[in-house]
Design a binder for this molecule. Structure first.
Ligand code: NAD
Ligand code: UDP
Length: 313
């Protein structure tokens, strides 16, 4: 007999990845049903293995550049490689995932009337000329550079989402996620937090690109996931910045990590990659006012638990 109070069925694309698997943990802990789709390009089954025998969980190996038919209520669209070395590995595939993948997931949302949340990025601001960045800033993106497959990919993903809302009245949510770190980042994914911690743990020199004076604002994964859930369950379409406004230089970050690892500072400076943004800091006024969301985990605590994770690997 059909239940009179059916459970929410969540589809998480990219659910075996870093952010996706943390999101799945939260949804499963809330007793919701979760279907995880992943092609395991940068994700791994290990990230979701604890749910394998749970009746509320299903894992589907699928590439979202191909359509899929499912009955779901909420689509959390996270599938896309996020670290520069991974999204630049096969840039045409990254663009396909961003465009065709988002198009297929929006088509699915339209067909079944599901709510759709896009994991967009601060990269849509490019190398920003306005600092810090509000949602109204339209960005400074090089359309033909090595980061474009990702930056422009996410921009067209936002465009598609808003056109599905305007054309088909789809309920969409767009989160612009700023640099997020924490347990389950891949040790070799090239992002700065994982790189510096792994280099420190192996007693290697920490690689700093450029003069290390470029800035980022790092958000711990638990805070970010809370923001995504609040956004999905709110009446706010976005785009909305989700990130920790605590801005630091990469050099400062390397010093903090060296200190936490109790090792001597040992840095090697390398060329700054093309189009690497020089500064990045979110304005999160919208998220505070509309979602009552703001990050609560400071860099000290977040880096400590990330180091603990990498030590155990
Ligand atoms: P991740 O690489 O760990 O996760 C991405 C997941 O998507 C992986 O499991 C990968 O295998 C899967 N995937 C990639 N292409 C696919 C395809 N064609 N079909 C099916 N699955 C595919 O990255 P993450 O850090 O967890 O990022 C998740 C999302 O959040 C991405 O969309 C990313 O752009 C966005 N985001 C992340 C950050 C961050 O700092 N982590 C910042 C801004 C935006
Ligand atoms: N970075 C660095 N050393 C590294 C990896 C990255 O100095 O080993 C720099 C990189 O050039 C960038 C910043 O750290 O300025 C953040 O890089 P990441 O790839 O983590 O994120 P994104 O550039 O996408 O914000």
């Amino acid at each position: 007999m059909a239940s009179s109070n059916p459970k929410t069925i969540n589809l998480v694309t990219g659910g075996a990845g870093f952010l996706g698997s943390h999101l799945i943990d939260k949804l499963m802990e809330r007793g919701e049903e979760v279907i995880c789709i992943d092609n395991f390009f940068t994700g791994t089954k290990k990230n979701v293995i604890k749910w394998f025998n749970h009746p509320n969980f299903e894992l589907i190996r699928h590439d979202i550049t191909k359509p899929i038919t499912l009955e779901v209520n909420k689509i959390w669209h996270l599938a896309c490689p996020a670290s520069p070395i991974h999204y630049q590995f096969n840039p045409i595939k990254t663009a396909k995932t961003s465009f065709l993948g988002t198009y297929n997931m929006l088509g699915l949302a339209k067909r079944v009337g599901a709510k759709f949340l896009l994991a967009s990025t601060s990269e849509i601001y490019g190398d920003p000329e306005i600092h810090p960045q509000p949602e109204s800033y339209r960005g400074n993106v090089n359309p033909i550079g090595i980061r474009s497959c990702y930056d422009e990919g996410k921009r067209i993903a936002e465009t598609l989402s808003f056109d599905y809302k305007r054309t088909h009245n789809l309920e969409i949510r767009v989160a612009r996620i700023f640099n997020t770190y924490g347990p389950r980042m891949l040790p070799n994914d090239g992002r700065v937090v994982s790189n510096l911690i792994m280099q420190g743990l192996k007693n290697e020199s920490m690689t700093l690109y450029g003069d290390g004076m470029q800035t980022r604002s790092f958000c711990f994964v638990d805070d970010l996931i809370n923001g995504l859930i609040k956004l999905m369950n709110s009446k706010t379409t976005g785009p909305i910045n989700l990130g920790n406004p605590n801005e630091i230089t990469i050099l400062e970050l390397a010093k903090i990590i060296s200190h936490k690892l109790c090792i001597k500072e040992n840095f090697i400076f390398k060329e700054l990659p093309l189009d690497d943004p020089l500064q990045r800091q979110p304005i999160i006024k919208e998220a505070k006012e509309k979602l009552n969301w703001y990050p609560s985990i400071n860099l000290d605590n977040g880096i400590e638990s990330t180091i603990d994770y990498f030590k155990k690997l």
